[in-house]
Design a protein around this ligand. Structure first.
Ligand code: C2O
Ligand code: CU
Ligand code: CU
Length: 467
């Protein structure tokens, strides 16, 4: 053991490997996913630390929900926080109105609300999630710990090699705790760069052990549930084979040496247990999302300048050699758009001091107003949206209700088609996305998923109208 550690180029993280990941899981039965969910301030364990956080059903991350296409969902939600909240179902293609994915609902302290909707029969399998979406409080409540996975099982899970793989869910999240385990103030810069903390967790554990079989496949499902931190993941001596993005499977696996995950993004990868049995680190590598923009130096603080261990892969047994799947689920290109729109992302002074309360984040020069309709589209049409970052910070752009395909990034076409609902746009960059408005009419939103930016105005309303 000592010898193998000494022979490494860098020492293993000094943080002890904590318990394996365990979720409280609710699965649908006979076509119904039904549960009680409560948001409450609570003391919870983060690895070996006790932290005073905000939790769903006492857990950080919240319970893992699992359903199938066509299932009915009933979530009896109670707000035991001391401030208003609500629940957003990030990435699910469900109605944005009524008791569906309605982010305009406000559930006051002490109040309850039942979220009720059906997952469409043709919904793709994938890694989705739920989190609070009360404008002005989203960053604070997410940073406090409120977030959980919502897994839709379907076609992708039936591919034999995927089915044979061991599966692990990694909800990546940073925390800032003081000596008493309370959430600490992340400083005056948080209003600009978004709040971030130095304690990295994977599904509520600090450096958990993840078992992999020699010869077998490991399916890792990643969610970046941090309010503003980007992750750049890399796995020691193993490549990762991308099989799914935000909105579900891609057509065939793509081999990657590292993966950048912006806040809100998800990926699924397969890892082959093809190395010498031992321990291998999954690390978060230094990464500057602003890429040399004006705020480059400041944003550099988001990820420290050294790699940090997020989890440790451990070979535990041996199994028959499982090959990688060659085909996954075809991603059909969306038809040509009927319209093209521009969205400029920027920030400015709303009066007041430079770094403090005065910072306003805007889309097309306007800060969020829930009573205003910013964008009107027609059901069953396809549009291209050109997202232009004219500011100096990276902005992960997110759209509710319908997923999209990235057409180009700075004029460069994408190497493969994928379903997305978040795309990071760096300073000076233009990203073109294509989206079809299907199945649901009503008012929904798009916004920056650095949630301090969203809370400070970088969100717009989208009305999908009947043709
Ligand atoms: Cu996960 Cu409107 O966001
Ligand atoms: Cu969302
Ligand atoms: Cu932003």
């Amino acid at each position: 053991m000592l010898l193998s550690q000494c022979s490494r180029s860098q020492p293993l993280s000094s943080v002890p490997v904590s318990e394996p990941i365990q979720f409280q899981t609710y699965k649908s039965e006979n076509g119904l996913l039904s549960l009680d969910l409560e948001a409450k301030a609570q003391s919870v364990q983060l690895g070996s630390r006790t932290a005073n956080l905000l939790a769903y059903n006492g857990k950080v991350p919240g319970p893992l929900l699992e359903a199938k296409p066509g299932d009915q969902v009933q979530i009896r939600f109670t707000n035991q926080l001391n401030q208003p909240t609500n629940i957003h179902h990030h990435g699910l293609h469900i109605p944005p109105t009524g008791s569906g994915d309605n982010v305009f609902l406000e559930i006051s302290p002490g109040q309850s609300h039942t979220y009720e909707y059906q997952i469409p029969e043709n919904h793709p399998a994938g890694t989705f999630w739920y989190h609070p979406h009360k404008h002005g409080l989203v960053a604070e409540q997410l940073f406090g710990g409120l977030a959980g996975l919502f897994i839709v099982r379907g076609e992708l899970d039936e591919i034999p090699e995927v089915k044979a793989a061991k599966e692990e869910f990694l909800v990546l999240k940073d925390f800032a705790l003081d000596d008493n385990g309370n959430i600490s103030d992340t400083g005056h810069m948080a209003a600009m760069t978004g709040r971030a903390g130095g304690l990295l967790t994977a599904s509520g554990q600090i450096n958990p052990a993840i078992a992999i079989s020699k010869g077998g496949l490991l399916r890792l499902r990643f969610l970046n549930a941090a309010p503003s931190r980007f992750f750049r993941l890399s796995l020691e001596d193993h490549s990762m084979h991308l099989i799914a993005t935000d909105g579900g499977a891609i057509s065939s696996p793509v081999e990657l040496s590292d993966i950048v995950l912006a806040p809100g993004e998800r990926v699924e990868v397969l890892v082959q247990g093809n190395q010498k049995p031992g321990d291998y680190r999954l690390t978060n590598q230094p990464f500057n999302p602003a890429q040399g923009g004006m705020m480059g130096g400041m944003m550099g603080g988001q990820n420290s300048d050294r790699a940090e261990t997020v989890a440790t892969l451990t070979y535990d047994d041996e199994t028959d050699e499982t090959p990688l799947p060659s085909q996954l689920i075809a991603v059909e290109p969306l038809p040509e758009p009927q319209a093209t729109r521009q969205f400029a992302l920027n920030h400015g002074m709303g009066g007041g001091s430079m770094m403090g309360g005065g910072m306003v984040f805007m889309i097309n020069g306007k800060a969020f107003d829930p009573g205003r309709i910013d964008t009107q589209v027609t059901l069953d049409t396809v549009e291209d949206w050109e997202i232009v970052n004219t500011g100096s910070m990276a902005h992960p752009f997110h759209v509710h209700t319908n997923k999209f395909q990235i057409i180009s990034q700075n004029g460069q076409p994408m190497p493969y088609l994928a379903w997305k609902d978040v795309v990071a746009v760096s300073p000076g960059e233009t990203v073109r996305i294509r989206m079809a408005f299907r199945d649901y009419t009503g008012k929904t939103v798009y916004h920056c998923h650095v949630l301090d930016h969203e809370d400070r105005g970088m969100m717009g309303t989208l009305e999908i109208q009947q043709a």
